[in-house]
Design a binder for this molecule. Structure first.
Ligand code: SF4
Ligand code: SF4
Length: 186
């Protein structure tokens, strides 16, 4: 996945003092990050254990296995003591995209982009000019030919519809036609 041009609008200091990302309520949360085959191989080449990656229905991508931490679950690459991601520079597209979400719409007949209102920064800044400009950047990035091809090939990246996500764009129908209408992410 070509991710070099997708930039993050949320300052790191904001994320370091937030407790939303990288933590999950269930061991088998469907929201655990998805790695494309290329992303997975790169992380494994850096020393990650291959058994951490669960193959997904698209036959290419993998979902990370979460681990128990206190009374919830965390991504194995998350460092709870510092709130840092140990693979931040190589974190998957799925994580780079957040708080933007790639998912099927409620009727499962389109693939949409939205902003997860569970992200306090996204919720508070959604209407600002800077955030609206960033929305356009994210749309352009995701709809670029290379990224669309990668998403179509790794379609388990497309998540379940979530009612916490404010939908702002229906993606190019070519992507919808390349993916199943029933989401088999898990
Ligand atoms: S929820 Fe938003 S502010 Fe909190 S860590 Fe995630 S991206 Fe950062
Ligand atoms: S890969 Fe990094 S950013 Fe993504 S969920 Fe794991 S710790 Fe968080």
């Amino acid at each position: 996945m070509s991710t070099s041009k997708l930039y993050q609008i949320i300052p790191s200091e904001v994320c370091f003092s937030c407790d939303v990302c990288c933590r999950f309520l269930e061991a088998d949360s469907p929201l655990a990050p998805i790695f494309t085959e290329t992303e997975k191989q790169h992380i494994i080449s850096q020393g990650a254990d291959p058994i951490l990656f669960q193959p997904q229905a698209d036959g290419k991508s993998s979902q990370i296995k979460l681990k128990l931490h206190k009374d919830f679950y965390i991504c194995p690459f998350f460092e709870p003591e510092t709130s840092r991601c140990s693979i931040y520079a190589n974190r998957p597209f799925d994580c780079q995209l957040y708080p933007f979400a790639l998912m099927f719409n409620e009727d499962r007949n389109s693939v949409v982009l939205g902003v997860d209102m569970l992200c306090p920064f996204g919720e508070a800044h959604l209407e600002t000019e800077a955030f609206q400009q960033h929305l356009q950047h994210v749309i352009s990035y995701v709809e670029s030919e290379t990224v669309m091809e990668q998403i179509a090939a790794n379609w388990s990246l497309i998540g379940e519809y979530q009612d916490t996500v404010k939908v702002f764009h229906t993606l190019n129908q070519k992507l919808t036609h390349a993916t199943p209408t029933i989401n088999p992410r898990r």
